[in-house]
Design a protein around this ligand. Structure first.
Ligand code: CAA
Length: 384
């Protein structure tokens, strides 16, 4: 049965994240969006708060919290700045999770602890120029060498790509085995032949850094293989199941931020002799936006709940991401509509929510991929 209660810890995390977002993130968010500047100091402070390794055990430098705590923090941070949200989400869901789950004690000491403490952050490299939604088509190769592997290829759309210290990189170690020949490697940014490219000039989440990465004869020692050789695709899929809860909560935050801006504006802006919030046309929008946000929030909490209970949460995570990302785009559009012409100019800030929202329908599996995942799970659950 689905039941959850917010504990004092959850409420403390919500308040801490909200205060941090207002005092530390909001003041620089407009400038960082304009100039596409990575929030180096903010990420360092997020680490000090324990937000970069929220679900990692304290034994390995993390905060030892549950998934619900994580989504609460993600929502509050992303409501103010979704760029900071995705940086945090990638480190929590896509990087530290996998090392804690599959890493050796040595890997946990060397990589997980600094990543979970936030003294450094990580990136997750699955996508390639010809492997986006069709992620099994990995062309990056890893060839056996004395004491390790030699990697060659290109990775695309890597969040934290220019700023990370450690990268989880999927590569094909045995093409004959198809996706069962893919392996995950932990690679240092300093490795010879490992070259992050130029930052992409993006529509939204402009303060996060996204780039391609070239690998030219990069030597990776055996002790930096994460999990079993050949387990990399399954690993990436498992990682993305949890990642989708993170992006769903980012989308939820964007929707919340856009809605609150619209609500506030509607009580201040006057038309026809009264605040526009008195007009039914605006009230209908506010009611619709709020209802969709609450529905998305329940799906996000449900996915977090299932994950915390150790249940199969694949469908719940995909449904939460699908619904929350659609909600973010819809609510951001409506928030602009409530602002009228002012919503269309940068000065009023609400346009950024729309630019930031769109990516949540694309990364960590497009909405089309989420539909596929949901349908497959439904059929599996029904014995097909
Ligand atoms: N959880 C666990 N295992 C899964 C899984 C899931 N959700 N989905 C597939 N698998 C497993 C299957 O069980 C299968 O395992 P076996 O080898 O044991 O049979 C294996 O993976 C292959 O699965 P399929 O046969 O279903 O493969 P497919 O090619 O038909 O479909 C897909 C796979 C669902 C389309 C998958 O490729 C996919 O999810 N694509 C989207 C990729 C994606 O989300 N990319 C995001 C990039 S990362 C990013 O955006 C990060 C960022 O920077 C913010």
């Amino acid at each position: 049965m689905f039941s959850f209660e917010f504990t004092e810890t959850h409420e403390l995390i919500r308040q801490t994240a909200r205060d941090f977002a207002q005092t530390e993130i909001a003041p620089s968010s407009v400038e960082r969006d304009k100039a596409a500047t990575f929030p180096t100091d903010i990420v360092k402070k997020l680490g000090e708060l324990g937000f970069m390794g929220m679900m990692v055990s304290p034994e390995w430098g993390g905060s030892g919290l549950d998934t619900l705590s994580y989504v609460i923090a993600m929502e509050e941070i992303s409501a103010v700045d979704a760029s900071v949200g995705v940086i945090m989400s990638v480190n929590n869901s896509l990087v530290t999770w996998g090392i804690e789950e599959y890493g050796t004690p040595d890997q946990k000491t060397r990589f997980l602890t600094p990543l979970a403490q936030g003294s450094v952050h990580g990136a997750f490299c699955l996508s390639e120029p010809e492997a986006g939604s069709d992620a099994t088509q990995q062309h990056t190769t890893a060839i056996r060498a004395d004491g390790g592997w030699i990697l060659n290829g290109t990775k695309n759309w890597i969040t934290n790509g220019t700023s990370a210290s450690w990268y989880l990189v999927m590569a094909q170690t045995n093409p004959e085995l198809g996706h069962r020949g893919i392996t995950c490697f932990i690679i240092s940014r300093e490795a010879e032949g490992f070259e992050p490219g130029l930052k992409e000039d993006k529509l939204g989440i402009r303060s996060s850094d996204t780039c391609s990465i070239g690998l030219t004869n990069v030597f990776v020692p055996d002790d930096q293989v994460l999990g079993d050789v050949g387990h990399g695709f399954k690993f990436a899929m498992e990682t993305l199941n949890g990642g989708r809860i993170g992006i769903a909560s980012q989308a939820l935050g964007i929707a919340k931020g856009a809605f609150e801006a619209a609500l506030r504006y509607s009580t201040q802006r006057k038309a026809f002799g009264k605040p526009i919030s008195d007009l039914q046309a605006i009230q209908l929008k506010l009611a619709d936006m709020s209802t969709r946000i609450e529905a998305a929030r329940m799906l996000v909490y449900f996915a977090a709940f299932q994950k915390d209970q150790g249940q199969n949460f694949i469908r719940a995570a995909a449904q939460a991401k699908l619904m929350a990302s659609q909600t973010a785009v819809h609510v951001a559009l409506e928030a602009i509509q409530v602002h009228g012409g002012y919503g269309y100019v940068r000065e009023y800030l609400v346009e950024r929510y729309l630019r930031d929202a769109k990516i949540t329908e694309i990364y960590e599996g497009t909405s089309e991929i989420q539909h596929i995942v949901i349908a497959r799970e439904l059929l599996r659950e029904n014995g097909s």
